[in-house]
Design a protein around this ligand. Structure first.
Ligand code: SAM
Ligand code: SF4
Length: 465
C-alpha cells in the first residue's frame, strides 16, 4: 500500500449540523466562550460556530475587544512585512476566479528570466524588504519545477549594499514528495497553499481544468510538505466562493488533521477575499460575498480559535480594512505589492496582473502609517534561521516566550530599515516610536535592546536573538 495519504475527509454533515445547532445561543454562553478564549487555548467547533452566528452589536463589540486582547497578549505590537514576487503567470489550470487561468486571452503571459528575477529582487531590496513570497501559476518554463528552485537561488544570491532577502516563502501549486524535498533543500521559509474552498461541490464547480481540479491532491499537499521536512506551512481560504462559516469549521478539521498527524498545525492562515480579476465574471460577482463586518468577524474568530497561528493580510484589501484587522489579529502584511511578473521594475500592468489591489501605497508609506497607529514594523527572520520552526516554534510561542524575542528583533530590523531606506519623515516617526517603546520595557530588556540598536546604528546588520 502507498504511504501517501489520499485525502483528508472533511465531514460536511457535521459542519452543517454544528452551524444549525449553534444559532441563537444566549449572550451568557457567548460571554463564556469569550472568557475561555482569553485563556489562549483555542476554541472548539460549537464555540466557533456560535461566535460566527452573533449579530448583536454589544456581543460583536465584545468579540472584537477579546480578539484585540489576545492579539496584543501574544503578538504585542509588531507587524511583520513582506512583498509578493510574481515570477510567472503561465498556468494550465482553469480556476474561474483567476486572471491567470489558461483560457484567458486577456492576459499577457510572462515567466521572468533569472536576470529579470534578479532585477525585481534588487528593487525590493532597495525598498527595504527582507522577506519575499514567491508566487507562480501552475506551469513552468522548459526546466519544469526546477524553474522555481532557480528563482529561489537567484533571490537569495542578491546582495545590495547592506540589504538582502533573508527569507523566501513560496506559494506554488501542490507538489509531489520529491519536489517538496527539493523545495526544502532550497531553504524556503513557509510553504503556502490555499485550499480556496473546503466545500467539495463548490470546488468542483469553480476549478474546471488542469491538475487543480483534483480536490484531494490539493488538500493532501501539506501532508506531503510536512513529510518532506517543511514544518512551516501556510493554509488559506479564498473567501467569497462559499459560506465563510462553513469554511472556517472545515479549516479547523484540516488543522486538527495536521496537529494529530504531525504534532503541529499551520504556521500561518491567509484570508484573501475574492477581488475583481481581468476576464473573470466570478471574481467581480462572488457567489458568497463577504461583507466588511463579516470579514472583521472572520479575523477575530480565527485569532481566538488558533491564537498562536499567524494571520496574513494582503494588499487585496483597502488601507482602512487593513488598519481595522491589524488590531483584531493580523500578524503579517504585504506592502507595496505588484501581482504581475516584472511589476516592480516595470509598471503595474493590468493585463498581466492576477487581481486588483486595494492598497497601492509604497512600503515607506505603509510603514509610516502603521508606526503612527502604534505598531512596530518588523522584518525579522530570526526564528527560521535559528531553526525555530514547526513544533519548536510552537513550544516557544505557547508559554509566551516568543514575544520577548520578537519585540527586540522587530525593533532591530525596524532600526535597520530606518537607517538604510526610510524617508526623512518616516525616520523621524520611527525613531520617536522606538524611544517610546524602550521606555515601556523592563530594565534588562531595555538594556539588551539598546545594545542591539547601538550595533545597528554603528553599521552592523542582521542583529538578532
Ligand atoms: N497557482 C498557485 C495556486 O493556485 O495555488 C499559486 C499561486 S495563485 C496565483 C495564489 C492565490 O491567489 C490562489 O491560491 C488564490 O487564492 C488567489 N487568487 C486567485 N484569484 C484571485 C482573485 N480574483 N482575488 C483574490 N485572490 C485570488
Ligand atoms: Fe492558475 Fe493558481 Fe490562478 Fe488557478 S489560482 S488559474 S492555479 S495561478
Amino acid at each position: 500500500m502507498s504511504s501517501q495519504i489520499e485525502t483528508i475527509p472533511i465531514n460536511e454533515e457535521l459542519i452543517f449540523d454544528t452551524l444549525k445547532n449553534s444559532v441563537k445561543k444566549d449572550a451568557l454562553y457567548v460571554r463564556e466562550i469569550l472568557a475561555k478564549a482569553l485563556e489562549l487555548k483555542g476554541l472548539n467547533e460549537t464555540e466557533v460556530a456560535t461566535l460566527a452566528s452573533i449579530s448583536d452589536p454589544d456581543l460583536l463589540k465584545e468579540l472584537f475587544d477579546t480578539a484585540r486582547k489576545v492579539k496584543e497578549e501574544i503578538y504585542g505590537k509588531r507587524l511583520v512585512l513582506f512583498a509578493p514576487l510574481y515570477v510567472s503567470n503561465l498556468c494550465k489550470n482553469e480556476c474561474l476566479y483567476c486572471a491567470f487561468r489558461r483560457s484567458n486571452t486577456l492576459v499577457r503571459r510572462k515567466a521572468l528570466t533569472q536576470e529579470e528575477v534578479r532585477r525585481e529582487v534588487e528593487t525590493l531590496v532597495d525598498q527595504g524588504h527582507k522577506r519575499i513570497l514567491l508566487v507562480a501559476g501552475e506551469s513552468y518554463p522548459v526546466e519544469g519545477f526546477d524553474y522555481v528552485i532557480h528563482c529561489i537561488e537567484t533571490i537569495y544570491s542578491v546582495k545590495r549594499g547592506r540589504g538582502e532577502i533573508r527569507r523566501v516563502n513560496v506559494n506554488v501549486a501542490p507538489l509531489s514528495l520529491e519536489e517538496f524535498k527539493k523545495l526544502k533543500s532550497a531553504k524556503i521559509g513557509t510553504y503556502q497553499l490555499f485550499q480556496e474552498t473546503y466545500h467539495r461541490g463548490t470546488y468542483q464547480r469553480v476549478h474546471l481544468g488542469g491538475q487543480k481540479k483534483d480536490f484531494d491532491w490539493r488538500i493532501t499537499a501539506m501532508d506531503r510538505a510536512m513529510k518532506a521536512g517543511i514544518d512551516d506551512v501556510g493554509v488559506g481560504i479564498l473567501f467569497g466562493l462559499y459560506d465563510w462559516r462553513f469554511e472556517i469549521l472545515a479549516l479547523m478539521q484540516h488543522i486538527k488533521h495536521l496537529e494529530d498527524t504531525f504534532g503541529v498545525g499551520p504556521h500561518t492562515i491567509s484570508v484573501p477575499r475574492l477581488e475583481p480579476a481581468v476576464g473573470s465574471d466570478l471574481a467581480s460577482q462572488p457567489p458568497y460575498p463577504v461583507s466588511d463586518l463579516d470579514f472583521r468577524k472572520i479575523v477575530a474568530i480565527l485569532r481566538l480559535t488558533v491564537p498562536y497561528t499567524g494571520i496574513i493580510m494582503s494588499t487585496r484589501e483597502t488601507p482602512n480594512i487593513r488598519r481595522e484587522t491589524f488590531a483584531l489579529g493580523v500578524s503579517q502584511i504585504s506592502a507595496g505589492s505588484r501581482t504581475n511578473p516584472g511589476g516592480y521594475t516595470g509598471n503595474e500592468a493590468e493585463d498581466m496582473s492576477q487581481f486588483s489591489l486595494g492598497d497601492h501605497r509604497s512600503l515607506d508609506e505603509v510603514i509610516k502609517d502603521i508606526t503612527q497607529l502604534g505598531y512596530i514594523p518588523s522584518f525579522c527572520t530570526a526564528c527560521y534561521r535559528l531553526g525555530r520552526t514547526g513544533a519548536d516554534f510552537m513550544d516557544l510561542a505557547k508559554p509566551g516566550l516568543i514575544k520577548n524575542h520578537c519585540e527586540v528583533n522587530a525593533l532591530s530590523t525596524f532600526a535597520e530599515y530606518l537607517e538604510d531606506y526610510a524617508s526623512e519623515d518616516t525616520k523621524q516617526v520611527g525613531w520617536t516610536k522606538i524611544k517610546e517603546i524602550l521606555n515601556t520595557m523592563p530594565e534588562t530588556r531595555k538594556t539588551r535592546t539598546e545594545d542591539m540598536l547601538a550595533r545597528v546604528k554603528s553599521g552592523e546588520r542582521d542583529v538578532y536573538v
